[in-house]
Design a protein around this ligand. Structure first.
Ligand code: SIN
Length: 511
């Protein structure tokens, strides 16, 4: 029987786990928090998919490619939008109660850069939480082994193939396939909408194992995180419902940047916000949702409504202060359309992976969809790829083990500030060179540090290298020293193999 370890428990990981299980594999889910402690749970806006007869796959695909600044891989886009409706049906079958209209149809929201309303939501703005709960319940009901509060220490590599993982406590879990679904690395930045666990552990482990990564320079900054109290996302759907951005003088400035104003692609609006903030001494811009009224705000956005009120604000009466914040990593571990990385036995899905689907900038609400579509494909693929017999006695190594310590050679806060200032929304050559030098000095410091800090440092170094290599501006990667120039699509930055050398399947044994 094929054994599969899935690291991470968001929509991509749990979908992959369920598909592998349903294909007859023996699956263990490993997660460093509790099962529901994921970025998925925080997702507010919803999940984009074509579910209305007036909508078309071509329209969803075109919006995806336009948001991606033309760098999206068309084959990946076709898979994403084409398989979206089936994955929505699957989620419904697993118990996700998407919001519906009075006549029982899906309620569909409009978000930035979508040609039409196609974003399904659940519990108003609690879509991720609803999906997380349903998938978690499905995993429990299916009897999958779940190892909570277990930190991935590293991948185990034998003869160039991943054969399992090592946990922080030293225990090894052997597997025919390891699926990395650890999310992104929002904690690289001083301001992020991501939870504390988003430290790029899977991407870093894949780099250490020799897997190719690409497009790490493409970090999406969400335009609107609450600028009061702990970081908190204010969904794009709020602007989709009619809220507008204003500066200190009350002027709507988003149309200066793009004819679609507040509903322009996310990177455009985020930079417009950053510029408006810079022009008013760094003070946050404000999101004016007062036209929606108290009742609508509370009913359509109950989670945000509660967070706003907890901070002593009344957004039905006053515009609320918002700031851009790191939100999503378009790049990651290079995979084919079934999640296979360039290292045999290693798969990656969701935000950890770079399928090419998002190009230089992800379309709103395509991330939950990505997790569902490519998670399912990877879960099916590991079953097809099958069991890899390993010759007994061959050398088995954990690549570059890292050791936890309470004396890290750099502070997390210093790393986050450096990345925010030099590799954030607006970048230029000197700042990136400075960041690279500082990161290199930290890398050269005493080796023992926390696993998460080691992950962040490694991913930061690759991200800054990628940002230096891409000398023009495109999508989410904006260089103030070359604001108009675009550069060709990126190539993998690390690893021994290339995107076009996806490992062939071994002999396929029945699961
Ligand atoms: C949002 O609700 O604005 C975020 C959704 C997304 O990241 O696509």
């Amino acid at each position: 029987m094929t054994t599969v370890v899935v690291v991470g428990s968001g929509i991509a990981g749990l979908t992959a786990a369920l598909h592998a299980h349903e294909n007859g594999c023996r699956v263990t889910v490993v997660t460093k928090g509790a099962l529901p402690d994921t970025n998925t749970r925080w997702a507010q806006g919803g999940i984009a998919a074509v579910t209305h007869p007036a909508d078309t796959l071509a329209s969803h695909a075109a919006d995806t490619v336009t948001a991606g600044a033309g760098l999206s891989d068309p084959a990946a886009v076709d898979v994403l939008v084409g398989e979206g409706p089936a994955r929505i049906a699957e989620l419904v079958g697993r118990g996700v109660a998407f919001d519906r209209t009075a006549d029982g149809d899906f309620s569909r929201g409009l978000e930035a850069a979508h040609a039409m309303p196609r974003v399904l939501h659940a519990g108003g703005d609690a879509t991720g939480a609803e999906i997380q709960a349903a998938l978690g319940a499905a995993v429990r009901a299916a009897g999958l082994t779940v190892r909570e509060h277990e930190q991935l220490r590293d991948l185990v590599v034998r003869d160039g193939r991943v054969t399992g993982i090592e946990l922080d406590g030293g225990e090894r879990l052997d597997a025919d396939a390891v699926i990395l679904a650890t999310g992104g690395a929002g904690q690289l930045y001083a301001h992020t909408t991501n939870p504390l666990g988003a430290t790029g552990d899977g991407i870093a482990a894949a780099i250490r194992a020799g897997a190719a990564v690409a497009d790490l320079e493409f970090v999406q900054f969400h335009p609107t995180a609450l600028a009061v109290g702990a970081p908190f996302l204010v969904s794009e759907a709020v602007r989709g419902e009619g809220a507008v951005l204003i500066d200190d003088t009350g002027r709507r400035f988003a149309f200066d940047a793009h004819p679609d104003g507040e509903l322009a692609p996310r990177d455009v609006v985020a930079r417009a916000n950053a510029r408006a903030m810079a022009a008013q001494g760094g003070r946050p811009v404000r999101l004016d949702a007062t036209a929606l009224g108290a009742e609508r705000l509370a009913q359509r956005f109950p989670t945000i409504d509660a967070a706003v009120r907890e901070r002593g604000l009344d957004w039905a009466r006053d515009p609320i202060p918002v700031t851009p914040a790191a939100h999503y990593l378009m790049g990651g571990v290079v995979t084919d359309l079934d999640g296979r990385t360039t290292v045999p036995g290693l798969y990656a899905v969701g935000e950890t992976a770079r399928t090419g689907v998002h190009g230089a900038n992800r379309l709103a609400s395509n991330s939950l969809l990505e997790g569902a579509v490519f998670g399912a494909r990877a879960g099916d693929a590991v079953a097809r790829d099958g069991h890899w017999p390993v010759a007994p006695g061959t050398a088995q190594a954990v690549i570059e083990p890292v050791t936890a310590t309470d004396a890290p050679p750099f502070s997390r806060a210093a790393l986050q500030q450096l990345m925010w200032e030099e590799a954030g929304l607006i970048r230029e050559a000197d700042g990136l060179a400075r960041a690279a030098a500082v990161l290199a000095s930290w890398s050269a410091g005493p080796s023992p540090r926390s696993i998460e800090d080691a992950s962040l440092l490694l991913v930061a170094s690759h991200l800054v290298s990628a940002a230096r290599a891409r000398t023009g501006s495109v999508g989410a990667h904006f260089r103030s020293d070359a604001p108009d120039a675009e550069t060709p699509a990126s190539t993998p930055l690390a690893g021994t193999a290339h995107t076009d050398v996806i490992p062939a399947s071994p002999e396929v044994l029945a699961c």
